[in-house]
Design a protein around this ligand. Structure first.
Ligand code: ATP
Ligand code: SF4
Length: 307
């Protein structure tokens, strides 16, 4: 069975669209694989599958093997360098053309979610991260029902919930936390993304919306607060174009140094090359913040699963 060789399954949820759920999933996946774990990412955001673009593999096409669909490889394991494999499956790979709209009714979407959970040929994985659509739709119910049927409680680690700090976003995310409580999905923690804005001129971090809404909500629900990620225009440019703009030396946010490392090659070229993009993510502006969040997620998974 496709999920039987997976140690820990982590859902990434958000109440609203556009809060950075796919960005958080991508960065968690990279940090985990760079820490030596074998990682898979399953993108079940059927109406807006953005993970393939974030890994610059949007033109890849999956192949059908006897065991199921073969996921696309971002990079293979390199035990000498302490790097684990990273593979991705997304509806985006099955669409005839990039950017094609998926206009499906609920039953077709739920059937596709079930198929994704049973027909993808994952190898042995330490972590499978599942990027979900925003909200608590039919796909979520079908996803959780299928996971509860097809996995053991040891495998189903729980959910990382992504929000932005504003009350309008946290109100929706509270519904997401209630959804987890009702369906018995453990919450590993809350990430507050887009928390403050890093000025590209002076590197000052300004709370243009507000700050702390995610932490207050995590406290209210008695779940772990995994940390704040600021809006950094450098990070946006990297994701959108593959260019690596530089944060000046000494740029710090929330105690994290987010300056571009001195040794990082200057590279203003746009690239959609997957290996180059991964290399750039490794020393991108927000890498150290995502690295700390990933360490907390791993601790939460270990604590939840008593290992
Ligand atoms: N901390 C950040 N700093 C700068 N840009 C960010 C940050 N987080 C996300 N973004 C950008 O915001 C946009 C939306 O992010 P993303 O696609 O990850 O959101 P999402 O919640 O997955 O959206 P949806 O599920 O609705 O597709 C992307 O262009 C991404 O590059
Ligand atoms: S943060 Fe500093 S450099 Fe940026 S706009 Fe404000 S004053 Fe200007």
């Amino acid at each position: 069975m496709s999920l039987s060789k997976i140690k820990h399954i982590v859902l990434v949820l958000s109440g609203k669209g556009g809060v950075g759920k796919s960005s958080v999933t991508t960065q968690l996946a990279l940090s985990l694989s760079l820490a030596g774990h074998a990682v898979g990412v399953l993108d079940v955001d059927l109406t807006g599958p953005s993970i393939p673009r974030m890994f610059a593999i949007e033109d890849a096409k999956v192949t059908q093997a006897p065991g199921g669909w073969l996921p696309i490889t971002v990079h293979e394991a390199d035990p000498g360098a302490g790097v684990g494999s990273l593979r991705v499956m997304s509806l985006g790979f099955l669409l005839p053309r990039r950017g094609d709209a998926v206009v499906w009714r609920g039953p077709k979407k739920t059937a596709m979610v079930r198929q994704f959970l049973s027909d993808v040929f994952w190898d042995e994985l330490d972590y499978l991260l599942i990027d979900t659509p925003p909200g608590t739709s039919d796909e979520h119910i079908s996803l959780v029902e299928t996971l509860l049927q097809k996995t053991t409680p040891e495998q189903l680690a729980g959910a990382v919930v992504v929000t932005t700090p504003q009350a309008v976003a946290t109100a929706d995310v509270r519904k997401e936390l209630n959804f987890c409580a009702k369906t018995g999905i453990r919450v590993l923690g809350v990430v507050e993304n887009m928390s403050g804005f890093v000025c590209p001129n002076c590197s000052e971090c300004t709370n243009i919306f507000s700050s702390g809404g995610g932490e207050v909500m995590a406290n209210d629900f008695n779940v772990r607060f995994l940390g704040r990620v600021p809006i950094d225009p450098q990070f946006l440019v990297l994701i959108e174009t593959g260019r690596r703009p530089r944060n000046p030396e000494g740029t710090t946010v929330n105690g994290h140094n987010i300056s571009t490392p001195a040794g990082a090659p200057a590279d203003d070229q746009e690239t959609r090359d997957s290996a180059l993009l991964v290399q750039k993510y490794k020393d991108c502006s927000l890498a150290s913040i995502f690295h700390a969040i990933t360490a907390d997620v791993v601790a939460a998974v270990q604590q939840a699963q008593g290992s």
